[in-house]
Design a protein around this ligand. Structure first.
Ligand SMILES: Cc1ncc(COP(=O)(O)OP(=O)(O)O)c(N)n1
Ligand SMILES: Cc1ncsc1CCOP(=O)(O)O
Length: 497
């Protein structure tokens, strides 16, 4: 049963041809597993060749739909497509502020159909800029829509980014410019995401097809659906990008003109997932990036991976034959960290084990540790180029699709995927990812060794291992063991992984 918690509204026009507008939105929202509710703003008479007639819904009917839904089916996210009249735009802006804020609001600024027909009143553009954009969690223009909104030609990455920045200056929280028609980009199509503090592009080989009808509507709805289900905006965008890539590959003609993007099932196969490029200069930051892959860990199967906070426990585990370990010392003011890193590194060398140092990359570099484990925030401070050149292995934490792509970009020695289950060990900003996502993340990680972490114990270790991960990282399952139980616990994990 779909719970009330995953209701996603689409506020858009009906496409009688079935490929775009409300019809596409409902298909995409359903495919993601959210529950679609609709507010119809206009009825269009169209087929795959042309739009022959448009009638805006009366303001009374528009208001009635919004009120009916609000009363009984409040949304977890909203997608707005075609709003054909100024009065609909101004009414919705007020209604959203009074009754719906801060529900995520994804605005696809539809103004012209793919066949070239104008879909909105002349003054609708100005009203969108003035009333709607400042409320947007995300605006998702294509190149033609961005040109209309910002009033200058978009014919290069530079003009595209200027256009996106203009929308942010108007108050939009974030902008995703879809690069499907950015032909200067050549064989690769890039979707650009820009917000105040993050800028990245998602790159895919361009799919050569004429059957792109409904791509914009479906993309914005997919993002809204993923957010309704609780995904953060970056993860929603990555999934929507993969969903559309798969939809374009599978798209077919239905009438005699361009056919609609296909609506596929999730999870989408790994080959449809984009690669990520960061656009650091845009937000005034240029962290060090290694040019080459990090030194390998020599195996896809790192096995049991205890994460411990003291050198004595590390030594005991080495004596029991554990070959992958991490020293993770946090918030222990009385500990001499440098001495602990040196000892842990020396013990690792002595037992020929893989000892990773959490966070303290400069000390790991100084004492030439086997490896370092870093979180996503740490990646911006660490001298990654120096670590890679020194042959220090790199493990990276990830907590979702976006962070996974960000980690893959660095070609690390392993990728940690978590947290799989709830854990009291650490205050987490993200949700538990669960086994279904874990399995999907392993597929997307391709040949990079994977490590699962978070809430793993002997009761659930087998089902986690069955997701295809090469390693199980545990804090409590080994750290909380009495010394006399340590050997039995290690043996039990070794039988699983
Ligand atoms: C294998 C492995 N995965 C994740 C972590 C988490 O590290 P932590 O320092 O607690 O947090 P972030 O680095 O993810 O911010 C780990 N230590 N080991
Ligand atoms: C450090 C860390 N990073 C993600 S979850 C986690 C804690 C895992 O601890 P436990 O194995 O006790 O659940």
């Amino acid at each position: 049963m779909i719970s009330k918690r995953s209701i996603c509204w689409t506020i858009a026009g009906s496409d009688s041809g079935g490929g775009a507008g409300i019809q596409a939105d409902i298909a995409a929202i359903r495919a993601f597993g959210a529950y679609p509710c609709s507010v119809i703003t206009a009825i269009t008479a169209q087929n795959s060749l042309t739009v022959s007639h448009i009638e805006a819904t009366s303001l009374t009917m528009f208001k009635a739909q919004l009120s009916a839904l609000l009363e009984d089916l409040p949304p977890q996210a909203i997608k707005v497509g075609m709003l054909p009249t100024v009065e609909q735009i101004t009414h919705f802006a007020l209604f959203y502020q009074q009754s719906l804020q801060p529900t995520p609001l994804i605005i696809d600024p539809v103004a012209i159909s793919a066949s070239g027909s104008r879909l909105t009143e002349h003054h609708a553009l100005q009203a969108t800029l003035q009333h709607l954009l400042p409320l947007a969690t995300l605006v998702t223009p294509n190149i033609a829509e961005l040109e209309l909104l910002c009033g200058h030609p978009i014919d290069s990455d530079t003009s595209l980014l200027e256009g996106a920045r203009f929308l942010i200056q108007l108050g939009a929280n974030a902008v995703l410019v879809k690069g499907g028609h950015a032909h200067w980009q050549g064989e690769q199509a890039c979707d650009y995401f820009i917000s105040q503090d993050l800028a990245f592009c998602l790159q895919q080989p361009r799919v050569c097809t004429a059957h792109t009808h409904g791509t914009g509507c479906s993309m914005a709805s997919a993002i809204a659906a993923a957010m309704a289900l609780g995904d953060p905006i970056e993860d929603a965008i990555v999934q929507a990008n993969a969903y559309i890539a798969a939809g374009l590959v599978k798209a077919k003609a239905v009438g005699s003109g361009p056919g609609p993007v296909a609506h596929t099932q999730l999870p989408t196969p790994a080959r449809y997932f984009p690669s990520l490029q960061t656009l650091w200069p845009l937000i005034g930051d240029t962290p060090s990036i290694a040019q080459q892959a990090f030194a390998p860990v020599e195996t896809q199967q790192l096995g049991l991976y205890p994460v411990v906070d003291n050198v004595e426990r590390l030594r005991s585990l080495l004596e029991l034959g554990v070959t992958t370990l991490q020293l993770r010392i946090k918030h222990q003011a009385d500990v001499d960290i440098e001495a602990a890193v040196l000892q842990a590194t020396q013990l690792g060398n002595q037992y020929q084990a893989r000892v990773f140092i959490n966070d303290h990359w400069a000390l790991a570099l100084k004492y030439h540790a086997y490896g370092v484990h870093l979180g996503q925030e740490d990646l911006q401070q660490a001298d990654l180029a120096a670590l890679q050149q020194a042959g220090v292995r790199l493990g990276v934490s990830t907590h979702g699709y976006f962070e996974l792509l960000n980690a893959l970009r660095l070609r690390p020695s392993y990728i940690a995927l978590g947290h799989v289950f709830p854990t009291p060990t650490k205050v987490m900003k993200s949700r538990p990812q669960g086994l279904k996502r874990l399995r999907h993340y392993v597929q997307i990680s391709a040949n990079v060794p994977t490590v699962a972490i978070g809430g793993i114990n002997l009761d659930n270790a087998t089902e986690v291992a069955n997701c295809g991960v090469g390693s199980l990282a545990v804090v409590r399952a080994v750290g909380d063991c009495e010394s006399d139980q340590l050997a039995t616990t290690v043996e039990a994990f070794n039988r699983v992984i």
